[in-house]
Design a protein around this ligand. Sequence first.
Ligand code: HEC
Length: 165
Amino acid sequence: MLSGNVAVPRAVLLACTFTVVLAGGVMSGASSAESRIEIKIPEADREHCARRMREYLAMSNEILGATLEGDHQAVADKALRVVPRRYRASAGGQAGGSGGRHERMQANMPQGYQAMMHHLHDGFKRIADLAREEAEPVLIQRQLVRTQNTCVACHATYRFTTAEE
Ligand code: HEC
């Protein structure tokens, strides 16, 4: 009987703790999502961005894999694949003619977003340069970490929603 009296409150206590932890987790998740700045863009642009993002993730992982293999050529190729052509020439060649999306996105995206995107592309260009110079893999990996800090920072700052068309 005595043990029964002890067991019940303990179970209740455990259940309460679990609920509080769960609720805390959900609430902090929700509030951090809401603190991000909303960027309203048309559905097609949102899909385009998501596709690019998945490519960034895939290339980051493949770059890391290639540095572990010591394959400099693959590192350079993969890094350049995610740098838009108009940024590749260091001499700032304004190629233009990307079908209007680029111009529209430039007009829609906040300055901070665009600055982080530039920073990201610079980071991947730097990775390609290091690979071409046959730098130590660990130096390329360090640059990859720096570059991925930009992914993390932007994701903590912005979120997309779909604009009415
Ligand atoms: C300048 C801002 C910015 C940078 C830099 C950035 N992202 Fe994103 N990314 C976003 C936003 C905004 C979303 C949409 C998130 C949301 O709406 O919750 C997103 C979404 C994603 C998604 C989800 C795609 C999908 O299918 O829905 C992936 C994966 C991703 N990013 C990977 C990356 C990786 C990897 C990097 C760096 C190599 C990166 N991103 C850099 C802004 C950025």
